[in-house]
Structures are given as C-alpha cells and as structure tokens.
Design a protein around this ligand. Structure first.
Ligand SMILES: C[S@@+](CC[C@H](N)C(=O)[O-])C[C@H]1O[C@@H](n2cnc3c(N)ncnc32)[C@H](O)[C@@H]1O
Length: 327
C-alpha cells in the first residue's frame, strides 16, 4: 500500500494501520515489564509497606543497583500503572486487584503462571513456529530439545518446577470457584482421578472439601515423584496415553464412568469481546506449547460422541473455563 500524497482519509487509514501494528507487536513490552516487576517483587514490596508508597521509598526497598534506579523504575511503573497493574495515588503507588493476585503469599497468586509463560523455555518455542510450518517433517511442533515440553521437564528440574507451579497457580482459582459454586458436580461420587493433575492442586482442594471422596492425581512420573498424599488423596505416576483414554487440559474421571472436564469452549458468538480474544490466545498457545488445541462446542460434541457419550452439559460457572460433563 503506497502512502498517498495528500493528507486525507487514506493517509489516516495508513497511520491507523501503522498504530495497529505497533500496538500489537509491542504488546510484549507490557508482559515483560510485568515479569520484571514480579521478579523485583514490586507488588510484595508495596503490599508490605502497608500504605501508598512513594518512588523514593520503593527505590530504597528495592534490591537494585541504585544508579539505575529513579528514572528507570519510574518508567517501568508508569506503563504498569497505565495498563492497570498499579495505581498512582496522590501519595504514591498502590496495588490494584490485579497486582494483589500477583503477591507471593496470596493463595490464588498467578505469579508462577506469569513467570512460566514468559520464561525463555516457553518463549523460545515461538521463535521456530514459522520454521515448523515450512519444514518437511511431520514432528509435532512443540518439542523442547527434541521432546514434548512436559516430557522434557523430566530432564530439567528447574523447568519441571516452573511448569508445575504455573499449572497449580492457574488451577487454584478455578477449582475453588468450582467447589464453591458447583458442589453438585461431586455429589454421589466415591472416587475420582485427576488425569494430568500436576502436583495435585485441584485434587487436594477437592479432597479437603469432600473428605469422603477418594481422590487420585495421575500425572507423569517426574511430576508426582516424591509427593505424599493423605487420607483420601494419592498420587499415581504414568502415561495417560497408555493407560487412560485421551484427556484434555483438566479431566476428572470417576471410576464409575462420570467424566468432568474443565476447559475452554471456544464461542464464536463472542467474537467481539475480550473473552473470545483470550480463547484465541489460549488456542494458539496450546498449538505452540503442547501441540494441543482448544475446542468449540461442535468439536467437544464430536469428541464425546466418538468416545461413546450420547450427550453432554456445559455450565458457565468458571469465567474463561467451562464445566463440561458428557453423559
Ligand atoms: C496443562 S497441565 C494441567 C495440570 C493440572 N491439571 C492443573 O491444572 O494444575 C497438563 C498436565 O498433564 C501432564 N501430562 C502431560 N503429558 C502426560 C501424559 N502423557 N500422561 C500423564 N500426564 C501428562 C503434565 O505433566 C501436566 O501436569
């Protein structure tokens, strides 16, 4: 598209297109600034301060080279305030509900999720996405040092911990909402296995809320190695592709045959809203990280019917995730 000579509608269109490109391409500035703030423990420092925190107080409290301080921290905070992670009050910086959800000791903290998503081990996968599309072999994209990401984690304790903590932090909120608002889901169950249940965040919460329910966490051996269960909680290591029929992000399966899926259902009707955008993010993320996908309702329906279920119920009680129960 050549730039027109006279300033008019077409020029505005090109300028708007340029701004559109810049905004989307530079979006990583926000994620990476947030990651930096979390690594410097800025949310925790402001929280511990107990009231608005001036930039001088923040600089004094930060474990940074003071020569790099004032101006750069001010600029880092300015963008994070702009997008709603902090508030600039009259007397200094304050937390928002979003930054509270990033505090280290907050039970529902999403900090581990942020750290993992923005870790080079996951970010690197994106750099070879186009190469994968064009190369001649048929390997699934998501390989890290030649292995699927979750398998590779078995060779690298840092990545194992990073992924397990990230998955757990994401699961904590969802499962507490489900236990609070969807108690009926677990009624009548005697035993339940959380397939791909990570280090057991969800199963632990369920086993505590339902002491009569026997819960097992099933995941790859390196994920559950050394983990100890309790009265009604146990850990089993194995490969779901060998011993359990195909499962998705979180699959809870009772011995009697009830299947409970907590996952995204892509909703094309919501095309113009934010949650559709997040569903798209998640779908492409699944493609790149684990050669997986998010499904729309028709695709879920086909999966269930191919697996021998005649119908299913979708309940919208979990924000971005849905509770999907095939019957
Ligand atoms: C997206 S995470 C979900 C974790 C957990 N459900 C949670 O929400 O915290 C997927 C989980 O599946 C596990 N996984 C991947 N491949 C597996 C396999 N072949 N057999 C068993 N578990 C597997 C991973 O180790 C990981 O813990």
């Amino acid at each position: 598209m050549a730039l027109p000579n006279n300033i008019g509608d077409e020029t505005s269109e090109v300028l708007a297109a340029q701004a559109h490109i810049m905004n989307h391409v530079l979006n990583y500035v926000i994620s990476m600034s947030l990651k930096c703030a979390i690594q410097l423990e800025i949310p925790d420092i402001i929280y511990s301060h107990g009231r608005s925190m001036t930039i001088s107080d923040l600089l004094n409290a930060l474990p940074i080279n003071k020569l790099k301080g004032h101006n750069c921290i001010y600029r880092l905070m300015r963008i994070l305030i702009h997008v709603g992670f902090f508030i600039q009050g009259e007397e200094g910086y304050l937390l928002t509900p979003t930054s509270r959800l990033l505090l280290k000791n907050e039970p529902l903290s999403l900090s581990p999720f942020v750290q993992a998503q923005l870790d080079p081990i996951l970010m690197d996968l994106w750099h070879s996405l186009s190469k994968w599309f064009t190369n001649g072999d048929s390997t699934p994209f998501a390989t890290t040092h030649g292995k699927p990401l979750f398998e590779y984690a078995g060779d690298d304790p840092r990545v194992n911990r990073l992924l397990n903590e990230a998955m757990g932090s994401d699961a904590q909120l969802i499962i507490s909402v489900l236990i609070k608002n969807g108690k009926g889901v677990f009624e009548g169950l005697k035993s339940l296995v959380d397939v791909g249940g990570g280090t057991g965040t969800a199963a632990k919460a369920i086993s505590n809320a339902f002491p009569e329910l026997k819960c097992s966490v099933f995941d790859l051996p390196h994920v559950v190695e050394g983990l100890e269960g309790g009265n009604n909680l146990s850990y089993i290591g194995g490969d779901m592709f060998k011993s359990v029929p195909s499962a998705n992000a979180i699959l809870l399966k009772e011995n009697g045959g009830k299947v409970i899926v907590i996952d995204i259902v892509i909703d094309n009707e919501k095309r113009d809203n934010k949650s559709f955008e997040t569903q798209m993010f998640s779908d492409v993320l699944m493609m790149v990280h684990v050669s997986g996908k998010e499904r729309n309702e028709q695709e879920w329906a086909k999966l269930f019917s191919d697996s021998g279920f005649s119908h299913y119920k979708i309940s919208h009680i979990l924000g971005l995730r849905e509770l999907v129960i095939p019957m």
